[in-house]
Design a protein around this ligand. Structure first.
Ligand SMILES: [Zn+2]
Length: 304
């Protein structure tokens, strides 16, 4: 099992204003008590020099779908988030038996999911051997959250910061890709596909938060979706401890770029756009560089 596998914890979320304009999909997660494993590496061939092990998931169709206690779908068991990569256990003619991220084992109609197979990656033992995909949140017509005076857009901050993070990670020898380098909108599904195509050892989406009322919240929050990503998220949250803005720790977040991402992934809200003090940090080169230094330090430790 990969080092990033770990049992999940739980948290209900306050919705964020990243999706003020509705492009950034988020739904509140209920308690997540999952012991979900993203990996189902039950290869039948354990001999040396065998073909690469693969892991199979059942990707739930768009929108919420129903999980049943039985393969004839008589008794509903739970609702599963659309796009979730559930653990594949077995298959009948009309049903997949799966384990969800919430820890439910049940049956999903084959019409409600598709099989996704991925080759298991060996986790690198050093950041210099790692591939990191950075996703500057929002872009183009999707501005993200706005400052209180509506003069500063989240997308500008995320792109500027991501470029600094890339430069710092590259100094440490990592191979780094940005989902976009110019001010353009990349569809969320394409972001997940890109992360997979690049075989990211870690995927990080960068954002800045907002709340309903001005100046009511402050600080940095690190989100993950699958339980095994909690340790990565925790390492990253810990690395923000000496920044000018408080690290609010880790939370589960039902974001599409995490939920539909086959690679180990986290999303960082680097501060609040509608908090004037947070904004003065978010827009400063010094703070953005501190984020870059912190993430580089966290990933250096993570891969050791
Ligand atoms: Zn955002």
């Amino acid at each position: 099992m990969k080092k990033w596998m770990m049992a999940g914890a739980c948290a209900a979320l306050v919705l964020l204003a990243c999706f003020k304009i509705g492009l950034f999909e988020q739904t509140t997660t209920a308690e997540q008590t999952a012991d979900h494993a993203k990996v189902t590496s039950e290869s039948t061939n354990d001999t040396a020099t065998s073909t690469p092990e693969t892991e199979t998931f059942i990707k739930v169709g768009k929108g919420d779908r129903t999980l049943y206690t039985d393969a004839s779908f008589t008794t509903p068991l739970a609702t599963v988030n659309g796009g979730e990569l559930t653990e594949y256990l077995s298959k009948t003619a009309e049903a997949y038996q799966v384990r969800t991220n919430d820890g439910y084992t049940g049956y999903l109609s084959t019409d409600d999911g598709t099989e996704v197979t991925k080759t298991i990656q060996e986790a690198p033992s050093d950041l210099s051997d790692a591939v990191i995909v950075l996703d500057p949140g929002h872009g183009g017509s999707d501005t993200g959250a706005l400052s209180n005076d509506e003069q500063t857009e989240e997308k500008t901050i995320t792109l500027s910061t991501a470029k600094k993070v890339k430069a710092e990670l590259e100094k440490a020898g990592a191979t780094v890709y940005l989902t976009h380098t110019a001010d353009e909108l990349v569809p969320l599904a394409d972001i997940c596909t890109y992360s997979e195509k690049k075989q990211a050892d870690v995927f990080i989406s960068l954002h800045a938060d907002s709340t309903e009322y001005a100046n009511e919240a402050t600080g940095i929050t690190t989100y993950y979706y699958y339980g095994e990503e909690k340790s990565l998220a925790q390492s990253i949250a810990n690395s923000f401890s000496d920044l000018p803005l408080e690290s609010r720790g880790v939370e589960t977040g039902n974001y599409q770029v995490l939920r539909e991402n086959l690679q180990p992934s986290v999303l960082v809200e680097m501060g609040y756009m509608n908090n004037d003090e947070d904004l003065s940090e978010l827009t400063s080169d010094t703070y953005q560089q501190q984020i870059a230094d912190s993430l580089t330090r966290a990933l250096t430790d993570y891969f050791k």
